[in-house]
Design a protein around this ligand. Structure first.
Ligand code: GLU
Length: 429
């Protein structure tokens, strides 16, 4: 494994524990030998263009004032405005938001969208706050980062624990401050506000398309394939449903309430009903519960981690027995685990392509907002599928050409595109 170049680590990160940003740096180092003369620009990828840390003071429902820490990081804007979600989570750190912003640069370029990469977050456990408090927090955060976002500058979107309502508040706050109606400042908005049909399902649908492409390459039939999914939200839930509808046997689902298993295949539609009434998969009829160790040890054709990052590490990588691992989440596999799993012959479809369906339909939404002309859901799904297949194909060709993993191949494709743009733009001044 290549050592991260010490002078690349920004002074504000802990050199002994650089966190997710350290993982990203390792991934970039693996790509450097394949970039030819463009490698002279590689430091560009190792430093976010702009970081904004904001204080968010908010009056709570009980009259007290609380302060939250918020971030917006623009990693790279060589190919277009920054693009990336905003997450609300108690464990959000600057290093995490930096890494996620960089993965957005790579993702947008890997799918060939005219965007750079950005990400935002607030360090908060949203479960502890009322809807009215979350609205005030969202509005103040938007106002604070308002100086650097905009339809041509940086376009936020939903991510972990944020949704279409969050985007509506962000759009409204930005528009009020600007004195206009700027629908294109965020994507993932409600359809009533210039949102796109198909956006909610887009990430999961993209994961499904990526899984089908990988299965075709590995000569595995989707019909009857055993599938296990970690996460049953927007991404994992949609991917599980589409695979189930295509005839796959979804044998296990792991969510925040527990893990359910049925060796003959779960009834995914019934599981959605159970989750709607009880709040999670735990205790669903016709299922047995598993421990996390049992879940990761399941023998499957397709495994989809679609929850948070850092789920597959050197502690559980050895347990995994699957032919294809499709990364629905951002950064679910550590580089160490990646090596262990790949050495067993498992094909890993990396996050930057596997979960790019969300940002792809975000792009469609942004285009529709600018042209004020809206497409049908069928057209959106059709274009999404075409873009996902093209991205998968480009990655797969480079992997074969250089005999590298799909992840390194996706990074080669993406970093080449970013650094080409960087080179022709030139250094200012
Ligand atoms: N949060 C999503 C992601 O990580 C979507 C970002 C976007 O649509 O801009 O890809």
């Amino acid at each position: 494994m290549t050592e991260p170049v010490p002078h690349s680590l920004p002074s504000y990160l802990n050199p002994n524990d650089p966190g997710p940003w350290g993982i990203y740096l390792e991934q970039v180092d693996r790509v450097a030998p394949y970039l030819g003369s463009l490698a002279r620009w590689i430091e560009t990828l190792k430093r976010p263009k702009r970081i904004l840390i904001v204080d968010i003071p908010v009056e709570l429902d009980n009259g007290e004032v609380a302060h939250f820490e918020g971030y917006r990081v623009q990693h790279n804007t060589s190919r277009g405005p920054g693009k990336g979600g905003v997450r609300y989570h108690q464990d959000v750190t600057l290093s995490e938001v930096m890494a996620l912003s960089a993965w957005m640069s790579v993702k947008a370029a890997a799918v060939n969208l005219p965007f750079g990469g950005a990400k935002g977050g607030i360090r908060i456990d949203p479960r502890n706050y009322s809807q009215a408090e979350i609205e005030r927090i969202t509005r103040r955060y938007t106002s604070e980062i308002g100086v650097i976002i905009g339809p041509n500058k940086d376009i936020p979107a939903p991510d972990v624990n944020t949704n279409a309502q969050t985007m509506a508040w962000m759009m409204d706050t930005y528009s009020m401050n600007e004195g206009g109606t700027a629908t294109g400042v965020v994507t993932g908005k409600p359809v009533a506000l210039g949102g796109s049909l198909g956006r909610v399902e887009a990430t999961g649908r993209g994961v499904y398309v990526a899984a089908c492409e990988a299965a075709r390459e590995c000569q595995i039939e989707i019909k009857g394939a055993r599938v296990a999914v970690q996460g049953f939200g927007n991404v994992g839930g949609t991917a599980a449903r589409l695979l189930y509808e295509a005839g796959a046997k979804v044998v296990a689902i792991y969510d925040h309430t527990g893990i359910v298993h049925n060796a003959h295949g779960l009834n995914i539609l019934a599981l959605f009903d159970h989750v709607r009434t009880t709040g999670g998969v735990a205790g669903a009829p016709d299922t047995e519960s598993l421990t996390p160790t049992e879940f990761w040890s399941l023998e499957t054709e397709i495994l989809i981690p679609a929850a948070l990052e850092g789920q597959i590490t050197h502690d559980n990588a050895d347990l995994i027995h699957t032919k294809i691992l499709v990364e629905g989440a951002n950064g679910p596999t550590t580089p160490e685990a990646d090596d262990i799993i790949s050495s067993k012959g498992t094909m890993i479809v990396p996050d930057v392509v596997a979960n790019a369906g969300g940002v792809t339909v975000s792009y469609f939404e942004w285009v529709q907002d600018f042209s004020s002309f809206f497409w049908t859901e069928q057209e959106i799904n059709h274009r999404l599928e075409a873009m996902m297949r093209a991205a998968y194909g480009a990655m797969s060709r480079v992997a074969r050409e250089h005999q590298v993993s799909l992840r390194t191949a996706a990074f080669i494709v993406a970093c080449t595109r970013i650094l080409e743009a960087r080179q022709v733009r030139g250094l200012y001044p």
